[in-house]
Design a protein around this ligand. Structure first.
Ligand code: HPA
Ligand code: ZN
Length: 326
């Protein structure tokens, strides 16, 4: 219990958070009402009851549907504010949040509405909590290269407010190679690069993310552990893994939380971090994810401090700012 309190109070950065995945059922209902959007649920309880997934695609289908209540700038600001208020309570000092512009532009919501709303929430969080943040624009990998290029084009006026590009959505069948040229262009534009790889996809996808997308950080990365040479490479290069324990459990990437490989990652010398992914859907914010790792008894206070420290080391903050947080 002492350990739980210690872990909860550790200052931390959150590096793997889909802002659309922080849409709680209560806010979904409130926005549905405000925007007069019909949703296929009668109650908050019915929404929560639908959150039972057997794989990534099961989740994505319901996650994209939920996002339909987000229509105007104020909705994106309220979404971000709700997340930052919750994160601040978990001692999150800095967050690098993903957003999925294509989920919105494909419904006729402009890129500018999404970004303006999110930036308003980010400014408010800094003023209110001293919580700093950065934006990561994710391409939906089930869509084609041309759509990703169009999204990158829409981001051009906002380049000074976007830290990185990422790659999310349905992994298997949509390898990193599909976006090699888009990521090359993003790099030329001065953006950092991250990608979801090795969540459901094979170690070969992690190799592609490194060699073809030139990623600066690896999202999930669990299945890299199946390839010892890849593990050696990732350990030597100091690659940060943004690991999401409760997401892994809810999406059946693992069978049992006590068998989560994060302890193995640390022992292998990998720079692992703990994150919440889609907290409204997976049953917990970042401290819930840290706390879920305690009962297995494989991590001590020093290990948890390392995980929190790794979150700053793996962030896209400049070195001086990282030092101030450590
Ligand atoms: N994986 C892939 N796509 C996603 C996820 C995830 O965990 N969360 C939101 N989009
Ligand atoms: Zn994710």
């Amino acid at each position: 219990h002492d350990l739980a309190g210690f872990v909860a109070g550790l200052p931390k950065a959150e590096l793997h958070l889909h802002i659309e995945g922080s849409l709680e059922p209560e806010l979904m209902f409130a926005l549905a009402k405000r925007n007069r959007v019909a949703i296929p649920f009668d109650s908050v309880e019915a929404v929560r009851a639908a959150y039972s997934f057997s794989n990534l695609q099961d989740f994505l289908d319901i996650y994209y549907q939920g996002a339909d209540v987000l229509r105007v700038e104020e909705d994106f600001r309220d979404l971000a504010t709700a997340y930052f208020d919750r994160a601040a309570a978990d001692a999150v000092r800095h967050a690098e949040i993903f957003f999925d512009p294509q989920t919105h532009t494909d419904r006729g919501i402009s890129f500018d509405v999404v970004v303006t709303g999110l930036l308003a929430g980010m400014a408010e969080a800094e003023a209110k909590h001293g919580l700093t943040s950065k934006l990561i624009l994710c391409f939906l990998r089930h869509l084609d290269e041309e759509a990703a290029f169009a999204t990158l084009k829409a981001a051009e006026p906002w380049l000074d407010r976007i830290a990185a590009v990422g790659l999310d959505s349905s992994e298997v069948g949509h390898p990193p190679s599909k976006f090699e040229r888009v990521f090359a262009r993003a790099g030329e534009m001065g953006l950092l690069r991250v990608a979801h790889a090795g969540e459901e996809g094979p170690p070969a996808y992690v190799h592609e993310a490194l060699d073809l997308l030139h990623i600066d950080r690896l999202d999930h990365g669990n299945r890299a552990l199946e390839d010892p040479a890849l593990v050696t490479r990732l350990a030597r290069s100091g690659m940060t893994f943004t690991v999401c324990p409760l997401s892994n459990l809810k999406l059946c990437v693992i069978d049992d939380i006590d068998a989560h490989p994060i302890e193995r990652m640390l022992r292998l010398g990998l720079r692992a971090t703990v994150n919440s992914d889609d907290p409204a859907y997976f049953g917990g914010y970042v401290n819930d994810n840290y706390r879920a790792l305690i009962p297995a008894g494989k991590l001590d206070a020093g290990d948890f401090a390392t995980l929190a420290r790794n979150s700053f080391l793996g962030s896209f903050l400049d070195d001086a700012t990282v030092s101030r947080h450590l």
